[in-house]
Structure formats: C-alpha cells, structure tokens
Design a protein around this ligand. Structure first.
Ligand SMILES: [Ca+2]
Ligand SMILES: [Ca+2]
Ligand SMILES: [Ca+2]
Length: 795
C-alpha cells in the first residue's frame, strides 16, 4: 500500500484539498483515486539551472529574502535556499502569467525542508497563488518535521472570473502579523526543490481494491455496471448493464459528482462460464449521435433475449430511453455486431395501453415462453401526487404486452400489472410451469405503505399461471431481496434479474459497493453488479436472498491451455480496460476485443481456480504492447504476494504488439494465478491483450475424419469430411490419392469437406490423411489423422 502512495506522489497527485490535511489523510488511507496530470508548467522546478526563473515574492513592499542555490537537494544536484526572510510570505516565487487559465484545475507539488535547531519540531508550509492585489490563495500545504524533506501538495481551481494577468506562485510559512517577534518560529531559513504545477486531468481508473481476493462480489472492480440483466447462451452467462461509468467524474478530491444517469447511452457487457472470472466485452454504443439507435438519447436498464427468426438466431437487446420509452437493437451474437432494425422506439406513449400519463415507459423486461411467444414487461413510477394509500400501494404503473414474431414489434394492447407498491424493474422468468414477475417496490408516494405488501425499495414478486397473469394483488407472494442498504450501508434503487445455469437458479442485483470502497464510505449513486444463488421452497415460492460480498461459488475451473483474453479478471487493482481494433482471439472474428491498460508498477490482475492438470504447465505467453522500457510481468500462485514462479520481461520494441513467453516449472493442479506488474514508477508500463499457457502434455488438434466413396454417374467420388472438434480455429488439409484440398480458419464445430473426383469407375480400398494446424496454448500445433475408405465400383 505504501508503495502505491509513493508511486502516486511521484507522477500523480494524490487527492488532497488545499486546507484539508485531514481529508488528504483520509483519502490516502483508503488508497483513493489518483489523477493524471499534464506537463509541468513550472520552469526550472528542480533548481538544476540555479535560480533561473525564480525570484523572491514581492507582493508586499515589506517582503524580502535572499535566494541562493544549495547542493542539499531533494532530487538532482541542486535546490534553493531561502535566507534573510523579512515576512512569512518571503519565499521563492515564479511568474505563471499566461501559463495558467481561469476556470481550470491544477495540481501542485513541491518539496520543502527547514533545519533551524531553534525552530519548532514541525512546521506548516504553504504553496500560495497571488493573482495581484491583496488576495492570496493557499493552494497546497504540508506539515513537515524539522530536518526532513516534506511534500507540499494540493489541487486548486482558478475561479472563472479571476484575472490571471499577474498569476504568481510562491512558497511560504503561515502568516502572522509580527513575525519578527519570534523569527525561529516564523522566519526560519528553508529549502525548496522539485516544484511542479500541472493541469489536473481527471482519471477514471479505479485505484482502490474494489473486490477482495476470494470474494465473488462485486463481479467486477475496474468499472461500474447497474441494472444487470443476465442472459445464458451456450453455457455462458452474459450480463448487460447500465454503464454508470459514463457518469463517473472523480474531481480533485477523488470523489465524483452524483450519478444523474443523464449522459448514459452505452451498455456494458461482461460474461463468465464459471461465475468468478469475468470477461469485459466493453460497451455497446446504443443511443446518442454515435449509437446504433440514434433516435434514442439514453440506454438504461437493458434486457436480452435471443430467438430464431427466418432460420437464423438473432439477439434482441432492449433498453430504456430514460423514462420516456423503450427501444431494441438487434445483434448476431450476444456480443454483437449490432444494428438497428426498427428505426424508432418500440414502446412509447402511443403504444396501445402503455401509458396512463404519469408512468415511466422504461425498464423493459423480455421473456419468451416455451411456445415461442415473447412478452415485454415495462413501466414504472406512477406517482399522481395525491399522497393516497391507493396511489402509493397500487400505482398500476407497469405493463405487459405481447411482442411480434420479429421481436421488434408489439401485438395488441398492453395490460396493467397491479403489483403492490410497484415502482420499476419488472422482470419475468418461468420455473416448473409457474411464471414469476419480480419488481422493485417504490419508496413511498406519500400515502401510508400497506404492511401486508413489500417494504420500500425491495425486490418483490408475484406468481401466476400465465405470462399475461392476470397480475393482480392476489398473486403477490413476498420479497426476494431487501434494499441493498440493508446489507451494504448505501441503499439507493434496486434492480434484479434471474437466470438458470446448470441446475441452479441465480439472482442478479446491484449495490454501491465499489463506489463505497473508492471513497471510504460515501456513495454518489455508482452501482456494481452482484450475484447470489436463488433457491425455492417446495411450494415454488422463493427463499429470500441476502446480499453479501462472498457471492457464489466458482462452478468450474478455468482451462489455461488456450487463449484467455487478458480482460478476463477475477480480482485486480489499478488497471483499466479499453476496446481496441481487431477481433477477439478467444471469442471470434465478430467479437469486440479489449486490452488491459493503465498498468503501473504495483498493479495486478488475476484468474481464479486455473486447472493446470496433472501434466502441468511449462510456459506462459502474454500478448503485450510495451510502452516503457524495463517492465515485467510476474506470475504468482494463490496470492499476489506469493513467490514469483515465472517472470516475463517486457523487453520488446515500444508501441508494438508482441507475444512474449516465460518458462514455467511444471505448475500442476488448481491455482489462482496472479499477474503482478512491475517496472519503473511514473510510467504506463505496457498493455496486455491475452494470455495462454503451454502444457507438458502433447497438445493435439482434435479432428474427426471420415472418408467414403460414392457414385456420380459412372465416376467414383471420394467424399472426405474433417470436423474441428477443438476449441481453436484450425487450418485443415485433406490429402487423398486423388488430390488435396486446404481449408483455412475452420471454426470450432465446423468442418472441412471436399468430394474428390477419382476420374475412374472403380477404386480399391485405401486411406486419406488429414492434418489440422491450430494455435493451442500459444503454440502452433499440427496433428495428423488417417481415415480408411472402402473399395467401390460405379459401373
Ligand atoms: Ca533539484
Ligand atoms: Ca494503474
Ligand atoms: Ca484482449
């Protein structure tokens, strides 16, 4: 932890308020955010050019001192010594006129030391801006022990109306009216070195440890994600989320302004097949001028389903265009690519039965029944201002409507759902013939809350025998989940979904847990995805879910002998992800690819329960882009402070993607794998795209090969098929006595096929040889298979 703070101090300014030593200490204690800074606008800040650009503060006629170079430097070979001080403001000054701008925010750091044995044991120093006149603004401070170099730091915003025609910065001791009465206390000599002022550039990288190793919640800790909606496809669960990170704007104190949701127009997608290692698939640009659905402004509270339409499986992502309506975009896979097939919103106030004039037409929840008929649940709000018991407990603000076969149109009229105390987040799933409508209850509309219904801000549910209900108050069965504030301190709104993976049902909810960990307790409305098991009573009712950090168990180990996107993370600290051009090696040509970036010395990522098998791993390969010389990736097992079992020196041309490998000494069995990043402080070290491990056991390209003769007219044709049974795309070569055929990029599950014309009417029995070449565990592997064919005659 100490190392991280040091790192931040060298390159970046730890969040600190000018007059707020207490606040600064609190932020440092929670490893709060640090901010990127622009170039230093102080000239000769390290005094390596003597006194160039420095002079004594001359704001008052009484100010006066002597500046002289000293070799007692904090850094480099020179600093400045201040002697003969006449006032507390007498210190080294630099003119920043024309270099700083009104309305902008700056970060300041400086080193200061005093040594007078007759001075107090500790002394406060200030960095101060003087814009002219009699107004002086302290912009950074430190209280330093005598004889030691202290670090002045702070951030400050120049008022928008401030003239900066005579902007000057200087270092001083606290003002007192008659300093000469006690010169040892007020006018001591001091030294200054390493002064920097740079524009404050907020970074949204989350530096706090947001998910503790061993815990499952929140699912991700490098970004936020709200209103999670789970969708299971091919044994993998995808979670689609309102991208709260778009609203996350940490200020100079490291705390963001409150999340208003107003600028959110993208949807964040993560996925996992084990429920602990989550892949970041990035953001879907849904709404706004750069969105798929340009007619919409926002994309909140998504919901996903897939359906085969006209013989092709399509993926339908529904979203709320703030409270005014709901839309849908269409994809070719759970992670796109995406397109607009409708051209306007799906649900508006013009949708039959949708609007009662005061309800919100948002929070689309989609459900497809076993007969293929799809339904959309939506709506919320409904406060009519009456403060009546009826309006509070039965706002009748949510709806259900049938979707057309195309999934992007509605059929008939929406019907009212009368869920007690309903507010938002309607979602339906089916289990053993029963339909469950879950929803968030409201926070009270001013009328008395019916004690027979749910508590406020909770996830409650109804049960019925039909997707259309009727959903009456009589179908109310209780609550699934209380408000997140019950478990995590910070409450706020509540949103859920239910999915089944294997034989187990799971419940998604959100909570402001990462937000709270960043600030050390306070929250500004930034929500994170959580998971819990969902269990049922014998009568089909739901056992109440309790929120926690533990989350759910990892349901399968991770296979390392393949490409693993580096944006697959169980736990991490200090990194961010970004989308890059090109396809994902793991998820295919149409999938977005992300890389891990903002990697500083001390940052780390990890994978949970990696199964190296009995054969063991003999190598690890990283696809990296070096950004600074001297970086390295250390591999550790079962803890980020465990012994290093392999080191990949990131020693390659800067700025270019390359694969680098280190040997592993037969790592066997199941381990958590930690990648700890090291290198020079104060630099982004490198980016990582993917990992792979090599096993001691021979890797094979798995093919199923068949060869059979058949007659076309009086000619024998030899039909050869090779199915790629592996996990990686393969290049397959079919070799026969009658010719050969090469098929490149045969996807897993797909096949290479050729019918060879033998140009004869009769052939003897024989064999074909098929080779497959694929990249497995980071290495190119070629495997060969023979398949016999029978004799044939077409006479
Ligand atoms: Ca220096
Ligand atoms: Ca970082
Ligand atoms: Ca990647």
């Amino acid at each position: 932890m100490f190392k991280r703070v040091r790192k931040a101090a060298r390159r970046r300014v730890a969040a600190a308020a000018v007059a707020g030593a207490l606040l600064a200490a609190a932020v440092a204690a929670t490893a709060g955010p640090v901010q990127a800074a622009g170039p230093n606008i102080i000239v000769n800040g390290g005094f390596e050019d003597g006194l160039t650009s420095w002079f004594v503060n001359n704001g008052n006629t009484t100010d006066g001192a002597t500046l002289s170079p000293t070799t007692d430097a904090y850094a480099g070979s020179s600093a400045v010594l201040v002697t003969q001080r006449k006032t507390t403001g007498s210190g080294p000054m630099q003119d920043l006129s024309g270099k700083v701008q009104a309305g902008k925010t700056y970060a300041i750091t400086a080193r200061v030391k005093y040594e007078n044995a007759n001075s107090p044991a500790t002394k406060q120093f200030f960095a101060t801006m003087h814009y002219g006149g009699s107004t002086y603004t302290n912009v950074g401070t430190v209280t330093v022990a005598r004889g030691q170099w202290g670090l002045i730091q702070g951030t400050f915003t120049i008022p928008a109306s401030q003239s900066v025609a005579t902007a000057r910065l200087f270092i001083e001791t606290p003002w007192t009216s008659n300093p000469a009465s006690d010169p040892n206390t007020h006018l001591m000599d001091f030294k200054v070195d390493d002064v920097s002022v740079s524009e404050f550039v907020p970074s949204t990288t989350i530096e706090a440890l947001g998910k503790n190793p061993g815990e499952g919640n929140p699912l991700i800790s490098h970004k936020f994600g709200a209103d999670g909606n789970a969708f299971v496809h091919d044994g993998r669960v995808y979670i689609y989320m309102t991208n709260d990170t778009q609203e996350y704007k940490p200020g100079p104190t490291g705390v963001s302004s409150t999340n208003t949701y107003a600028s959110i127009n993208t949807i964040t997608v993560i996925s996992s097949d084990d429920l602990v290692n989550w892949v970041d698939h990035g953001e879907i640009p849904v709404a706004g001028p750069n969105g798929i659905a340009r007619y919409a402004n926002n994309s909140w509270a998504p919901a996903m389903e897939s359906k085969v339409v006209d013989g092709k499986e399509k993926f339908f992502l529904y979203f709320a265009n703030n409270g005014g309506g709901s839309g849908v975009i269409v994809g070719d896979s759970p992670i796109g690519p995406w397109r607009d097939e409708r051209g306007n919103l799906l649900i508006t106030s013009a949708t039959p039965g949708a609007s009662n004039g005061i309800n919100w037409l948002f929070d689309p929840g989609v459900f497809i029944d076993d007969d293929g008929q799809a339904y959309l649940y939506f709506g919320g709000g409904g406060d009519d201002g009456s403060r009546s018991a009826e309006n509070t407990n039965h706002p009748k603000s949510t709806r259900v409507i049938r979707l057309g076969d195309d999934m992007i149109s509605t059929k008939g009229s929406a019907e009212v759902i009368d869920a007690p105390l309903v507010f938002e987040a309607g979602h339906v799933f089916k289990r053993e013939g029963k339909y469950y409508y879950s929803y968030s209850s409201n926070f009270g509309f001013g009328g008395p809350v019916d004690p027979n219904g749910p508590p406020t801000g909770a996830i409650a549910y109804l049960m019925a025998d039909n997707p259309m209900g009727p959903w009456t108050p009589e179908t109310y069965k209780g609550i699934i989940f209380r408000n997140p504030g019950t478990y995590f301190g910070a409450g706020g709104n509540n949103h859920q979904s239910v999915f089944k993976l294997g034989d187990q049902y799971y419940f998604t909810y959100h909570a402001q847990t990462l937000n709270s960990r960043i600030t050390g307790g306070a929250t500004q409305g930034f929500r994170s995805p959580h998971l819990a098991k969902l269990d049922f009573n014998p009568d089909g009712t739901i056992k109440e879910v309790r929120g926690d950090y533990k989350g759910v168990d990892q349901i399968r180990n991770l296979d390392p002998y393949r490409v693993i996107e580096a944006e697959t993370i169980a736990w991490q600290q200090g990194i961010a992800t970004k989308k890059v051009d090109g396809a994902s090696e793991e998820f295919g040509a149409q999938a977005p690819n992300l890389v891990v970036h903002d990697i500083d010395n001390g940052d780390w990522t990890s994978l949970a329960k990696v199964d190296f098998g009995e054969g063991g791993a003999v190598g690890v390969t990283a696809k990296v882009r070096p950004l600074a010389a001297g970086g390295k990736i250390e591999i550790r097992l079962d803890g980020r402070n465990s012994p290093v079992v392999a080191t990949i020196p990131v020693d390659a041309p800067l700025g270019e993607w390359t694969k680098l490998t280190a040997a592993l000494d037969g790592v066997k069995g199941v381990h958590d794998v930690y990648f700890t990043y090291a290198g020079p402080s104060g630099a982004d070290l490198f980016e990582v795209d993917s990992w792979s491990f090599a096993t001691a056991q021979e890797q094979k390209v798995k093919l199923t090969v068949t060869a059979a003769p058949r007659c076309i007219g009086s000619s024998v044709y030899l039909a050869v098929t090779a199915v790629n049974d592996g996990d990686a795309p393969a290049t397959i070569e079919l070799n026969t006595p009658f010719g050969k055929k090469t098929v490149t990029d045969v996807a897993p599950g797909k096949q290479a096929y050729q019918s060879f014309n033998t140009r004869t009417a009769q052939i003897d029995a024989g064999k074909v040889t098929v080779t497959g070449t694929a990249t497995i565990g980071g290495k190119q592997v070629t495997s060969s298979y023979d398949a016999a064919y029978s004799a044939a005659s077409c006479r």
